[in-house]
Design a protein around this ligand. Structure first.
Ligand code: F6R
Length: 611
């Protein structure tokens, strides 16, 4: 949440920062701002999107070779010009941007207020900035020293980047809990929340760790810990191309990402699944196979869409590996007092690898001796780094705020892990194992077929776009897909939607059914097919409008449903990889038909780095 960019070097800082902010807008778009150093500090900020800031700055003097920029997802204080970052200190000499939350800011604010400080915004950031300046004044020390002292008092999560009018050749940054990447160019440095603003300038990057400070000049990068000891920066090469973060002819990233799924699933399988040799190669699993095989229990922790992937994994692991699995919302897990044994394996699932609740849940589980296996998309992200082992999903950058291709890649990775483990545990017979390997192998081609439904789904979107509510029902492996379909619809189109196990509807939700309620059934052929057919009849008997995702060859449901979306036949374990795609498209096209920016749904941010 919140995107930060900074630049120091021979280029004009503003265009670099502005372009970077546009790339990071998925992290928040409540307001945006820049601070530029050029014979003094100039701070410009504006409520709204980065484009609004850009427009407001036409004709302004933006000349500078050092600057910082921010795109905000509001935490403390409503979205407004005055709460936008960068914030300026009381003296006007310092400017700071912040991603995260300072939890003890009220305490710091009270102390500063007693000393006579006044605040122009409602933010925790402005409080912290003045706290730093106050320390600098009282100790008559360098900004770097004041920051170090201040951070020892700070409770919370942050990436902070500061400009100091009195030291125009230096940018200072610090990190705890939120992501920060530094790009190293020739005689220039770039800072950002992720690598997307950096890749067109350099591929050499340093991921800053928690409790590290970076003191950056155009031609020098010094990393230190809070004890003022120098740390050797670990320079890595970025494995990311510019085309991967552009829209590639689509109107929305979300659409592009939905249509990328044949490729992303293929990439996820590539080099791992070998149908000819009947093997799955995953180093993270292989190197820790005893730990995984001997797990008494697997606990899956995740949030949102990643949690839905975890729920499906529960069904798959229990079925194939005969190991008990629990699926937990990371935000609940971190605060309750869960019973964890040394033999427990935690699978943490996260697209961004930066979700604050998931990170803390992992830390809690680690403290109690659990082994952490991360299933993460963003390479080098915090969760990837704090896990004991893991597997990347290789879906490429996901920029649309609503997760699509990352979800299917998570499912593929989780199914592969389950298959590999089942094979090792001998809990799956050879025929079923080989059959499922082939079924997975065939998924990218089948996804291409599903995407041909595009035009039909656009028409459906038009038909149902004015619905006030919707119910999504599924059983077994399709229950998590019903939840995911409902989540996609509500976040993108703002239509209230609920996902339920189909059989549960009789215990309450059926009361909602009337002739205006669309009920989406995820009803591909599986062991429960006959049961879900009965559920459809129950809805029809109450005049609900039935939209069903069905398998090719199903001749029963088309006779009952108002609308159908037909996907190729597949084994019930891999069928969710197909059945979710029409639901992603339906949500996306309803959002577009209603005139919404589906890449930036209101109130949301891509990476939830606050609790
Ligand atoms: C929904 C969505 C969110 C994320 C959730 C977890 O479309 O994207 O629900 O799935 O915020 O994020 P990650 O996977 O980055 O931990």
């Amino acid at each position: 949440m919140c995107g930060i960019v900074a630049y120091i070097g021979p280029r004009q800082a503003y265009p670099v920062i502005l372009k970077g902010l546009k790339r990071l807008e998925y992290r928040g778009y409540d307001s945006a701002g820049v601070a530029l150093l050029n014979h003094g500090l100039k701070v410009y900020k504006k409520k709204g999107k980065v484009a609004d800031l850009e427009e407001s700055l036409i004709g302004k003097d933006l000349e500078a070779h050092a600057g910082i920029g921010h795109t905000r997802w509001a935490t403390h204080g409503e979205p407004s010009d005055r709460n936008a970052h960068p914030h300026s200190s009381a003296s006007g000499k310092l400017a700071m941007i912040h991603n995260g939350i300072i939890e003890n800011y009220t305490q710091l604010k009270t102390e500063l207020t007693k000393k006579g400080y006044q605040f122009k915004s409602d933010t925790d950031t402005e409080v912290l900035l003045n706290f730093i300046e106050d320390i600098q004044k009282n100790n008559n020390c360098e900004l770097e020293e004041a920051l170090r002292i201040a951070l020892k008092r700070v409770v919370g999560a942050y990436v902070l980047v500061l400009l100091d009018q009195d030291n125009p050749d230096t940018i200072i940054a610090a990190r705890k809990g939120s992501p920060l990447v530094i790009g190293i160019g020739k005689g220039e440095h770039f800072l950002a929340s992720d690598a997307s603003p950096i890749i067109e300038y350099t591929k050499d990057v340093v991921y800053v760790n928690d409790f590290e400070l970076a003191i950056i000049k155009a031609d020098e990068l010094v990393l230190k810990n809070l004890g003022n000891e120098k740390i050797t920066p670990f320079v890595q090469k970025l494995d990311l191309e510019l085309t991967a973060i552009e829209k590639g002819g689509y109107d929305f990233f979300m659409l592009k990402e939905i249509f990328e799924q044949p490729d992303t699933i293929f990439d996820c399988l590539r080099g791992r699944l070998d149908v000819n040799n009947r093997t799955i190669t995953m180093a993270g699993v292989q190197n820790n196979i005893e730990q995984l095989k001997n797990a008494n229990r697997i606990i899956i922790i995740a949030c949102g869409t990643s949690w839905h992937a975890g729920l499906l994994a529960e069904y798959v692991f229990e079925e194939l590996c005969r190991v008990p699995v629990e699926v937990e919302y990371a935000s609940e897990f971190r605060y309750r007092n869960p019973v964890i044994h040394a033999g427990d394996v935690i699978i943490a699932i996260s697209q961004s690898g930066e979700t604050a609740d998931t990170i803390v849940a992992i830390e809690r589980a680690k403290e109690q001796g659990a082994f952490i296996f991360g299933v993460v998309n963003v390479v080098g992200s915090s969760i990837a780094r704090i896990s004991n082992a893991g597997a990347y999903t290789h879906a490429g950058p996901e920029i649309g705020v609503a997760s699509t291709k990352a979800f299917t890649a998570q499912l593929v990775v989780l199914i592969m892990i389950a298959l590999k483990l089942a094979k090792e545990k001998k809990s799956i017979d050879d025929d079923r194992y080989v059959y499922l390997l082939n079924e997975l192998h065939n998924i990218p081609e089948k996804v291409k077929e599903v995407l041909l439904l595009d035009d039909d789904i656009k028409k459906l979107a038009d038909k149902y776009k004015n619905a006030k509510d919707a119910l999504y029902l599924g059983r077994g492996y399709n229950f998590p897909i019903a939840l995911e379909g409902a989540l996609k619809l509500k976040e993108i189109s703002y239509i209230h939607a609920e996902g339920y196990p189909a059989a549960e509807m009789k215990h309450g939700p059926i009361a909602l059914v009337d002739d205006s309620l669309p009920v989406v059934f995820v009803a591909t052929k599986d062991s429960y097919h006959q049961k879900i057919v009965s559920n459809i009849q129950e809805i029809k008997a109450r005049k609900g409008k039935v939209i069903a995702v069905i398998s090719a060859g199903d001749d029963m449901i088309p006779k009952m449903a108002d609308d159908i979306m037909m996907v190729p036949e597949a084994d019930e374990i891999v069928a969710p990889l197909l059945s979710v795609i029409p639901l992603q498209l339906l949500a996306c096209y309803i959002g577009i038909a209603k005139g919404y920016d589906v890449d930036k749904p209101r109130n949301l941010a891509k990476s939830v780095t606050v609790e």
